[in-house]
Write a protein that binds this ligand. Structure first.
Ligand code: PMP
Length: 289
């Protein structure tokens, strides 16, 4: 496998970073998870925009232009003959000292990995997921703002541990006010009487690109689509609940804290949106050529 590291493609065995890299020592950096479908990179400009915004928010200077970054993603897919796959784009603060001071790190390190995707088992797409609310809340917006896609995912990892310990593959995270934020690695939506609602990013959600695309597709298809604060109650009494994310795409939730949703089966609007999303994903994007 070829990995993009620094400013070029190298063999996987040569793709190594320093043990003094602050991405490793402190989770100091930003990242993106991107999908390629059918020889095209889906939502590439949007991912690059979010990456640079996250970097700006943590005062990290990416040593490449957006255009160069875009080309590097395409080149990494090409070098690995990936036409359908998952791309991980990481920018760390780079090599520094053992101290926290990021200004002592010489140069940000860019890493791009393009690989085959491992999806949730098909059975979960057909039958839906069960989720539980976990005790770990989403980051307070004045700590690491949840809109920053930072390398520091420990909060989400702890939430995921709680979910797995409770026998679930995903969970519901609330914000510091007890409002619905998102899942540990996906955004959340509810459908009630034909109206689709998802929490705004100010409630503690990452501005998911799958979320944004699904909102756009829902509006185009004529559904009423709202961004509004939500309580757990809104999920418990929903007709349908689903999660969105680059890797998971759209996956139905049929049980929230042991409240069965929609008779325990994926709902019609969830299915319709998943179909529209797959159509878009397979026909739009930046060509890998
Ligand atoms: N929330 C969190 C915490 C995530 O990590 C992710 C995906 N990485 C998402 C939401 C979904 O975002 P996207 O649709 O851009 O993948």
């Amino acid at each position: 496998m070829k990995i993009f590291l620094g400013d070029k493609l190298v063999d996987e065995k040569d793709a190594v970073v320093s043990v003094f890299d602050h991405g490793l020592l402190y989770g100091d950096g930003v990242f993106e998870g991107i999908r390629a479908y059918n020889g095209r990179v889906f939502l590439l400009d949007e991912h690059i925009e979010r990456l640079y915004d996250s970097a700006q928010a943590i005062a990290l200077k990416i040593p490449m232009t957006r255009k160069q970054m875009k080309q590097a993603v395409v080149d990494t897919c090409k070098a690995n003959e990936i036409s359908d796959g998952y791309i991980r784009l990481v920018v760390t603060r780079g090599k520094g000292t053992l101290g926290l001071n990021p200004y002592l790190c010489d140069k940000a390190e860019v890493i791009i990995i393009a690989a085959k995707i491992q999806l949730y088992p098909q059975e979960l797409y057909d039958n839906g997921l069960k989720i539980v609310t976990v005790g770990t809340i989403r980051n307070h917006p004045e700590a690491i703002n949840p809109r920053i896609k930072s390398l520091n995912y420990l909060n989400n990892v702890i939430a995921k541990i709680e979910a797995i310990n409770a026998g679930c593959m995903e969970c519901l995270m609330l914000n510091h006010k007890g409002e619905v934020a998102e899942a540990s690695g996906d955004n959340i939506f509810a459908v009630k009487n034909g109206v689709i609602t998802t929490p705004p990013s100010t409630c503690g959600a990452l501005e998911g690109l799958t979320r944004n695309k699904v909102m756009e597709l829902a509006r185009e298809a004529g559904y009423e689509m709202r961004e509004a604060p939500m309580a757990r109650y809104d999920l418990y009494v929903a007709d349908e609940v689903f999660l969105t994310g680059t890797a998971a795409e759209i996956i139905s939730v049929v049980d929230v804290d042991k409240r069965e949703i929609g008779g325990g089966k994926p709902g019609e609007i969830t299915r319709k949106l998943a179909e529209l999303y797959h159509q878009a994903a397979r026909s739009e994007g930046t060509p890998i050529e």
